[in-house]
Design a protein around this ligand. Structure first.
Ligand code: NI
Length: 176
Protein backbone atom coordinates (compact mmCIF):
# COMPACT_ATOMS: atom_id res chain seq x y z
CA UNK A 1 0.00 0.00 0.00
CA UNK A 2 1.14 3.54 -0.53
CA UNK A 3 0.06 7.03 0.36
CA UNK A 4 -0.91 9.08 -2.68
CA UNK A 5 -0.64 12.86 -3.03
CA UNK A 6 -3.99 14.62 -2.59
CA UNK A 7 -5.43 16.92 -5.24
CA UNK A 8 -6.15 20.31 -3.66
CA UNK A 9 -8.52 23.14 -4.61
CA UNK A 10 -8.44 24.93 -7.11
CA UNK A 11 -7.00 22.07 -9.21
CA UNK A 12 -9.45 21.63 -12.13
CA UNK A 13 -9.10 17.83 -11.82
CA UNK A 14 -11.57 18.07 -8.91
CA UNK A 15 -14.25 19.27 -11.36
CA UNK A 16 -13.95 16.22 -13.63
CA UNK A 17 -16.82 13.76 -13.79
CA UNK A 18 -15.47 10.31 -12.94
CA UNK A 19 -16.08 7.30 -15.22
CA UNK A 20 -17.79 4.09 -14.13
CA UNK A 21 -15.50 1.25 -13.08
CA UNK A 22 -15.78 -1.52 -15.66
CA UNK A 23 -13.93 -4.28 -13.86
CA UNK A 24 -13.32 -4.93 -10.18
CA UNK A 25 -9.86 -6.49 -10.35
CA UNK A 26 -6.66 -6.51 -8.31
CA UNK A 27 -5.57 -3.14 -9.74
CA UNK A 28 -8.78 -1.54 -8.55
CA UNK A 29 -8.50 -3.18 -5.13
CA UNK A 30 -4.93 -1.90 -4.85
CA UNK A 31 -6.17 1.63 -5.65
CA UNK A 32 -8.89 1.26 -2.97
CA UNK A 33 -6.26 0.10 -0.43
CA UNK A 34 -3.98 3.02 -1.32
CA UNK A 35 -6.93 5.40 -0.93
CA UNK A 36 -7.72 3.96 2.51
CA UNK A 37 -4.10 4.37 3.58
CA UNK A 38 -4.04 7.93 2.22
CA UNK A 39 -7.30 8.71 4.04
CA UNK A 40 -6.11 7.26 7.38
CA UNK A 41 -2.85 9.18 7.08
CA UNK A 42 -4.57 12.54 6.41
CA UNK A 43 -6.63 11.74 8.59
CA UNK A 44 -10.11 11.79 7.06
CA UNK A 45 -13.31 9.72 7.08
CA UNK A 46 -13.97 9.58 3.33
CA UNK A 47 -12.05 9.85 0.06
CA UNK A 48 -13.04 9.70 -3.60
CA UNK A 49 -10.63 8.39 -6.25
CA UNK A 50 -10.63 11.74 -8.08
CA UNK A 51 -8.99 13.27 -4.97
CA UNK A 52 -5.89 11.21 -5.74
CA UNK A 53 -6.18 12.05 -9.45
CA UNK A 54 -8.05 8.90 -10.59
CA UNK A 55 -11.29 9.79 -12.40
CA UNK A 56 -13.03 6.52 -11.53
CA UNK A 57 -16.28 6.03 -9.64
CA UNK A 58 -14.71 4.64 -6.50
CA UNK A 59 -14.76 5.92 -2.94
CA UNK A 60 -13.75 4.76 0.51
CA UNK A 61 -15.28 5.61 3.89
CA UNK A 62 -14.37 4.68 7.47
CA UNK A 63 -16.35 6.30 10.26
CA UNK A 64 -14.65 4.43 13.14
CA UNK A 65 -13.58 6.80 15.89
CA UNK A 66 -10.11 6.97 17.36
CA UNK A 67 -9.47 3.87 19.46
CA UNK A 68 -12.19 1.86 17.67
CA UNK A 69 -11.50 -1.03 15.28
CA UNK A 70 -11.13 0.25 11.69
CA UNK A 71 -14.33 -0.21 9.65
CA UNK A 72 -13.29 0.37 6.02
CA UNK A 73 -16.02 0.53 3.37
CA UNK A 74 -15.31 0.47 -0.37
CA UNK A 75 -18.04 1.75 -2.71
CA UNK A 76 -17.66 1.13 -6.45
CA UNK A 77 -20.05 2.82 -8.94
CA UNK A 78 -22.27 4.05 -6.07
CA UNK A 79 -25.71 5.36 -6.99
CA UNK A 80 -28.27 7.07 -4.79
CA UNK A 81 -31.58 5.27 -5.27
CA UNK A 82 -33.62 7.30 -2.82
CA UNK A 83 -33.17 10.36 -0.58
CA UNK A 84 -35.27 11.20 2.45
CA UNK A 85 -37.38 14.34 2.50
CA UNK A 86 -36.09 15.01 5.98
CA UNK A 87 -32.85 16.97 5.98
CA UNK A 88 -29.98 17.32 8.39
CA UNK A 89 -27.06 19.68 8.85
CA UNK A 90 -23.45 18.63 9.43
CA UNK A 91 -20.28 20.63 9.58
CA UNK A 92 -18.32 19.29 6.62
CA UNK A 93 -14.70 19.46 5.62
CA UNK A 94 -12.77 17.97 2.72
CA UNK A 95 -9.23 16.63 2.30
CA UNK A 96 -9.06 18.62 -0.95
CA UNK A 97 -9.96 21.85 0.88
CA UNK A 98 -7.78 21.56 3.99
CA UNK A 99 -8.69 23.41 7.20
CA UNK A 100 -11.98 24.78 5.92
CA UNK A 101 -15.28 23.71 7.47
CA UNK A 102 -18.84 24.79 6.83
CA UNK A 103 -22.35 23.63 7.67
CA UNK A 104 -24.09 21.85 4.81
CA UNK A 105 -27.72 20.76 4.68
CA UNK A 106 -28.48 17.50 2.88
CA UNK A 107 -31.10 14.71 2.94
CA UNK A 108 -30.81 12.98 6.34
CA UNK A 109 -30.97 9.45 4.86
CA UNK A 110 -30.15 7.85 1.51
CA UNK A 111 -30.44 4.41 -0.01
CA UNK A 112 -27.40 3.60 -2.12
CA UNK A 113 -26.53 0.73 -4.42
CA UNK A 114 -22.90 -0.06 -5.23
CA UNK A 115 -20.41 -2.83 -5.88
CA UNK A 116 -18.24 -3.89 -2.95
CA UNK A 117 -14.51 -4.65 -3.23
CA UNK A 118 -15.36 -8.16 -4.44
CA UNK A 119 -17.52 -6.75 -7.22
CA UNK A 120 -20.71 -7.91 -5.51
CA UNK A 121 -23.83 -5.74 -5.84
CA UNK A 122 -24.86 -4.30 -2.48
CA UNK A 123 -27.44 -1.90 -1.12
CA UNK A 124 -27.13 0.28 1.96
CA UNK A 125 -29.69 2.30 3.83
CA UNK A 126 -27.57 5.06 5.35
CA UNK A 127 -28.43 7.73 7.86
CA UNK A 128 -26.60 10.17 10.10
CA UNK A 129 -22.93 10.75 9.34
CA UNK A 130 -22.80 7.85 6.84
CA UNK A 131 -25.59 9.43 4.77
CA UNK A 132 -23.81 12.79 4.73
CA UNK A 133 -20.43 11.25 3.97
CA UNK A 134 -21.81 9.14 1.10
CA UNK A 135 -23.48 12.19 -0.46
CA UNK A 136 -20.30 14.28 -0.06
CA UNK A 137 -18.16 11.57 -1.71
CA UNK A 138 -20.64 10.78 -4.51
CA UNK A 139 -20.67 14.53 -5.23
CA UNK A 140 -16.90 14.27 -5.83
CA UNK A 141 -17.53 11.64 -8.53
CA UNK A 142 -19.68 14.23 -10.29
CA UNK A 143 -17.14 17.05 -9.93
CA UNK A 144 -19.14 18.67 -7.12
CA UNK A 145 -17.52 19.97 -3.91
CA UNK A 146 -19.17 20.67 -0.56
CA UNK A 147 -18.50 24.37 -1.02
CA UNK A 148 -20.98 24.25 -3.92
CA UNK A 149 -23.68 23.79 -1.26
CA UNK A 150 -22.81 26.96 0.69
CA UNK A 151 -23.46 30.61 -0.22
CA UNK A 152 -21.71 32.01 -3.28
CA UNK A 153 -20.15 34.70 -1.11
CA UNK A 154 -18.50 32.15 1.21
CA UNK A 155 -17.53 29.90 -1.71
CA UNK A 156 -15.86 32.74 -3.62
CA UNK A 157 -13.91 33.62 -0.48
CA UNK A 158 -12.62 30.06 -0.04
CA UNK A 159 -11.73 29.64 -3.72
CA UNK A 160 -9.89 32.98 -3.68
CA UNK A 161 -7.91 31.94 -0.62
CA UNK A 162 -6.89 28.59 -2.15
CA UNK A 163 -5.98 30.22 -5.48
CA UNK A 164 -3.67 32.55 -3.61
CA UNK A 165 -2.13 29.67 -1.63
CA UNK A 166 -1.57 27.66 -4.84
CA UNK A 167 0.17 30.64 -6.42
CA UNK A 168 2.46 31.05 -3.41
CA UNK A 169 3.33 27.34 -3.50
CA UNK A 170 3.93 27.21 -7.28
CA UNK A 171 7.56 26.85 -8.33
CA UNK A 172 9.07 30.31 -8.51
CA UNK A 173 10.28 31.93 -11.68
CA UNK A 174 13.99 31.81 -12.40
CA UNK A 175 15.58 34.93 -11.11
CA UNK A 176 18.98 36.07 -12.39
NI1 NI B 1 -14.29 15.86 0.05
Amino acid sequence: MSIKPLIILPDPILRQVSKPVERVDSDLRKLADDMLETMYDAPGIGLAAIQVGEPRRLLVIDLAKEGEEPAPHVFINPEILESSGQRSVYEEGCLSIPDYYAEVERPAAVRVKYLDRDGKLQEMQAEGLMATCLQHEIDHLNGVLFIDHISKLKRDMVVRKFKKLAKEKAPGKMVG
